[in-house]
Design a protein around this ligand. Structure first.
Ligand code: ACO
Length: 429
């Protein structure tokens, strides 16, 4: 007997089935042959929230949540964060290999010439309410790009795809900055293509009356590293949304908008904003024990803690903690760091968190850094969406090229009413 197989005995029929095991999985469709009778639909799996279902084969990002390992295209995240720029990592994710010096220069130039947006985008940004959430504005603006580039619907044309990918990478910081300036009532700033990716982003955010904005190099580098850490994270909620929406062959702009919408929720990318609100609510180190009791009593969650796949320290959180020191050298220390460090210390020694293997995730410290840099909390998820765009796009492209993929369409277990007949409104009790 093939030892790489699973034997299943169906006790309803006493029949036995042999299912091949490949890469530690069986194919859910192999279960369909297991039937109680000839007209039976066949066995399915029931897996709400995809707790134990692989939806694709991927060669982009490797994650071992038990060991706390994260690699892009085989390279450890620590090495990439130490040595690369964000655009270099974006190239790696998209092409599978790190660029040569000339490839990198060409790539950076290419993305840089796509930072401008059509003037009409400024007009509809103006239509948003003065206190609109920047994430809502960003999601809407990304979706609207679809109307500016109608050819983007030709998703099977590799050249068309490549152009939209570069456009999206170039324009995301611009759209993010437009939403930020709008929420502050400030005039929009055009991209300065003599600056790097994050330096130009800072220019579009913070330039005032000075003739040329000079980004602080330490803060620009810190932002670049944070962008590297957020670039991809395999099949998370927003990436799964990107693949699901993209599987209907929708264009990449509306598909990216859908992924960004998934990111905006407080259990996903929206958590970094919630961490800051939580630290504000706690107020001081002295209030931490009573807050922890509330968490343990189920009244609230310790935001920025816990992860569906990491059951160990999130390696990104470790790197972010280090960046915090460099940023605070420039900006001064954010007093919320003391509350965060003490929260982490208590949580990591408390039975409740140890038993559930809850560790700080990427969002626990990122918000504190962003706030020290001058961002308001409602911008934090926008800062996550910019770098994650490359992850969404590379996963979308992989899905489109995968011959095994089809339109995403899960099954359900119907538990509603059995057939019944319509009753005229006058006869309903
Ligand atoms: N604080 C307190 N308890 C928690 C937390 C938390 N942050 N996270 C999980 N738990 C507890 C749950 O109450 C549950 O306890 P129980 O077994 O007694 O019922 C147990 O740990 C397992 O939690 P689940 O909700 O089943 O875990 P799941 O994998 O579904 O959730 C999630 C993962 C959503 C990230 C969760 O840990 C959470 O809500 N964390 C806070 C929000 C957050 O930081 N999100 C960012 C994630 S990273 C990212 O998306 C970029």
């Amino acid at each position: 007997m093939d030892t790489h197989s699973l034997t299943i005995i169906d006790n309803r029929t006493n029949k036995s089935y042999n299912l091949p095991i490949s890469q530690g999985t069986i194919r859910a469709m192999d279960l369909r042959q297991i039937k109680e009778s000839a007209d039976d639909f066949g066995l399915m799996t029931y897996d709400p929230a995809f707790m134990n279902t692989a939806s694709c084969r991927s060669n982009i990002t490797y994650l071992d949540g038990d060991k706390g390992i994260l690699r892009y295209r085989g390279y450890p995240i620590e090495q990439l964060a130490e040595n690369c720029t964000y655009l270099e990592v974006a190239y790696l994710l998209l092409n599978g290999e790190l660029p040569t010096a000339s490839q990198l220069k060409e790539w950076v130039d290419l993305v840089t010439v796509h930072t401008m947006v059509h003037e009409n985008i400024k007009k509809f940004m103006d239509g948003f309410h003065y206190d609109a959430h920047p994430m809502g504005m960003l999601i809407s603006a990304v979706a609207a790009l679809s109307t500016f580039y109608p050819e983007s619907r030709h998703i099977h044309d590799a050249k068309v795809r490549d152009l939209q990918i570069v456009r999206l990478l170039g324009k995301m910081p611009t759209l993010a900055a437009l939403s930020y300036r709008h929420s502050l009532g400030l005039p929009y700033v055009y991209p300065d293509n003599s600056l790097g990716y994050t330096g130009n982003f800072m220019n579009m955010l913070w330039k005032m009356a000075e003739p040329k904005y000079e980004p602080n190099p330490v803060l620009a580098r810190a932002l670049d590293v944070l962008f590297i850490l957020h670039a991809d994270h395999e099949q998370n909620c927003s990436t799964n949304t990107m693949r699901a929406v993209g599987s209907s062959f929708a264009d990449p702009y509306v598909t990216t908008a859908a992924a960004a919408a998934a990111l905006s929720g407080p259990l996903h990318g929206g958590a970094n904003e919630e961490v800051l609100r939580m630290l504000d609510e706690i107020g001081s180190v002295a209030n931490i024990p009573s807050f922890i009791e509330k968490v343990k009593g189920g009244q609230c969650r310790l935001m920025g803690f816990g992860h569906r796949v990491y059951k160990n320290y999130d390696p990104r959180a470790r790197i972010i903690k280090r960046i915090a020191d460099e940023v605070f050298e420039v900006t001064g220390r954010n007093p919320k760091l003391d509350i965060a460090i003490e929260l982490e210390r208590i949580a990591l020694s408390d039975e409740y968190f140890i038993k559930r293997r809850l560790y700080p995730n990427v969002d626990f410290y990122s918000g504190i850094i962003y706030q020290a840099m001058g961002f308001t909390p409602d911008m934090f998820t926008v800062l996550f969406a910019i770098p994650r765009t490359v992850g969404w796009l590379v996963q979308w492209q992989e899905m489109l090229k995968d011959p095994e993929q089809k339109i995403g369409r899960p099954r359900q277990l119907y538990v509603g009413a059995a057939k019944r007949d319509y009753l005229d409104v006058a006869k309903r009790g």
